[in-house]
Design a protein around this ligand. Sequence first.
Ligand SMILES: [Mn+2]
Length: 430
Amino acid sequence: MTEMISKAVVEAENASRRDALLRDYESLGERLARRGIEIDSIKEKVAAYGVAVPSWGVGTGGTRFARFPGLGEPRNIFDKLEDCGVIHQLTRATPTVSLHIPWDKVSDLTALKEKGVALGLGFDAINSNTFSDVPGQAHSYKFGSLSHSDAATRRQAVEHNLECIEIGRALGSKALTVWIGDGSNFPGQSNFTRAFERYLEAMKAVYAALPDDWRVFTEHKMYEPAFYSTVVQDWGTNYLIAQELGPKAFCLVDLGHHAPNVNIEMIVARLIQFRKLGGFHFNDSKYGDDDLDTGSIDPYRLFLVFNELVDAEVRGVDGFNPAHMLDQSHNVTDPIESLITSAMEVCRAYAQALLVDRKALEGYQQENDALMASETLKAAFRTDVEPILAMARLEHGGAIAPVATYRASGYRAKVAGERPAVAGGGGGIV
Ligand SMILES: [Mn+2]
């Protein structure tokens, strides 16, 4: 196993924090025991939890106005995997990487898979890209892809998705994520019904090529790059797609792809109820698809999403197995630090949701005690679960304080010396 950060650094950093952590963990354990919660069982669930890192997330993101590259940016997917290896080594919470084709396309897939194995990383859902053109492609996606008015362009987009499935198969992925930029900028530009019919027909061809043990996730987004309408605009349309395609098709919820104030946790509950929740792209937003760091703006909403997930887990919902992925654009931070922090925020929301007294909550719901129902959720959310997260990391070889340990390691300065500065490229807001 290749350790990207020297074990000596991790151990020295942990040694300086271990005694305080043991005391904090014991103290929290006592307080949770008073609430009838066994701290070790929560810690074990958190330790078993994993969220996938997006390969595009380790590069500096940008906006449609500009991109300001950081130091030591990964030059290719092999560099990206090394950065992902750092995140997993320190957090022990990101065991898989979600690739994006063509950004991560390589000629030697065996070498890529071996690199992942060496770093202790597997490959999560593979993402196709028909929202931008690559040099030399026959048909442009300027006016759409899977729903394009031209049959040859649609066919090209289908072929690309089939290629993604083949790449994913070679790497051990089990899912394809499809997000399209198709839509319109003017009323009248596109016939809503015909465009959706064409999309469904194209997606049926993609679906037909899925291996038996694969799933396909379709991702809705209300606007951008098309600003008047998008073909897959919301969870209702997304649900219709999953229904039309069949049992291997599921809806992917990107937290940023909704209008402000939309009740996302309720969408999650509905998709769980009707067995069509495929997974998440976690991020946070203030205004739209900001792709800000998960939990940085509204950690309570993230907790409420996890509250629905744990509720389904506790109820043992048949076939419940959503994929958890981060999808963020890091424009002003070191992407590794942002992804470390975001992975921990997701773990935190999960741990807090595990603390909800579900029996009491059910009672308050039954009695219509709105205030106490709300307080039951708040009691879990207000609990500082950091000692649980830190102990889970420590016991699995990670860092008690991942960002501090990363900074102490000098990793960024080291790769800055090895990786020459590059301009632009890669993806930002997806
Ligand atoms: Mn996304």
